[in-house]
Design a protein. Structure first.
Length: 194
C-alpha cells in the first residue's frame, strides 16, 4: 500500500466583518477635531483665568479702601490713597502727607518700589502690573480720608478692567467712604450694571 503524501492544509482566510484599523484620513480627522477642542478649551480657560485675576485685584482694592478708612480713624490722622502710573502698571499707595510725597516705580519682578519724602509714612503699596493683562484706572490722582468723620474727598471712580476690555468692574467711592461696585461694560455675573 502506498501512502499518499499528506498535505497540510491551511485554514481558509476569514475576513472580519468590520475593519480593525483606522485609515490615514480618519486619523487626521480625529487629530484635527482634538486640536480644535483643545484650542477652544485653552481660550476658555485663558478667559476664565483673566476674569479671576480681575476679581482678585478688585477684591484686594476694595479691602484696601476699607482698611484705609479704618486706619485713618484709628490713628486720628489724615491719610491718602494715591494712584501713579509706572509704565509697567498702575501703583496705588496708602500714605500720610500730601498727594505727591510718595513716588512709585516697578522693579523687574513687578514689585512696587516706593520712595517717600521725610515725615511721610507709607502704610501700604500695591502694583497692578500690566503683564497680568489687568488695568487699573482712576478719575482722581488721590483720595484724602478725614479721620474725624471718615469721609473721602474728592469722591472718585476706580475701574479695574481686562486690557482687551472684555470685563470690567468699577468702584465708585462716595463722600462717606461707601464703595459701590458695578460693571460698566458687558455683563459680569454677580454685579449690577453702572
Amino acid at each position: 500500500m502506498t501512502q499518499m503524501p499528506s498535505r497540510t492544509t491551511k485554514p481558509p482566510l476569514r475576513r472580519a466583518h468590520g475593519a480593525h484599523g483606522l485609515t490615514l484620513v480618519e486619523l487626521l480627522v480625529v487629530l484635527a477635531l482634538a486640536a480644535l477642542i483643545l484650542h477652544s478649551a485653552t481660550l476658555s480657560f485663558s478667559g476664565w483665568l483673566q476674569r479671576q485675576h480681575l476679581l482678585g485685584v478688585s477684591a484686594q482694592f476694595n479691602a484696601d479702601l476699607q482698611w484705609l478708612r479704618s486706619a485713618a480713624v484709628l490713628r486720628h490722622r489724615i491719610l491718602r490713597l494715591s494712584f501713579q502710573d509706572t509704565g509697567a502698571g498702575m501703583c496705588y499707595l496708602i500714605h500720610s502727607g500730601e498727594a505727591d510725597t510718595c513716588r512709585c516705580s516697578a522693579d523687574p519682578r513687578a514689585e512696587p518700589l516706593v520712595a517717600c519724602d521725610d515725615g511721610t509714612e507709607l502704610l501700604r503699596a500695591a502694583l497692578v502690573p500690566a503683564s497680568r493683562r489687568i488695568r487699573l484706572r482712576s478719575n482722581v490722582a488721590s483720595l484724602r480720608i478725614d479721620p474725624r468723620h471718615g469721609t473721602f474727598t474728592p469722591t472718585g471712580s476706580i475701574e479695574v478692567s481686562t486690557t482687551d476690555g472684555s470685563s470690567a468692574l468699577r468702584h465708585v467711592v462716595n463722600i462717606l467712604g461707601r464703595v459701590r461696585t458695578c460693571t460698566p461694560g458687558p455683563r459680569f455675573p454677580g454685579y449690577s450694571p453702572c
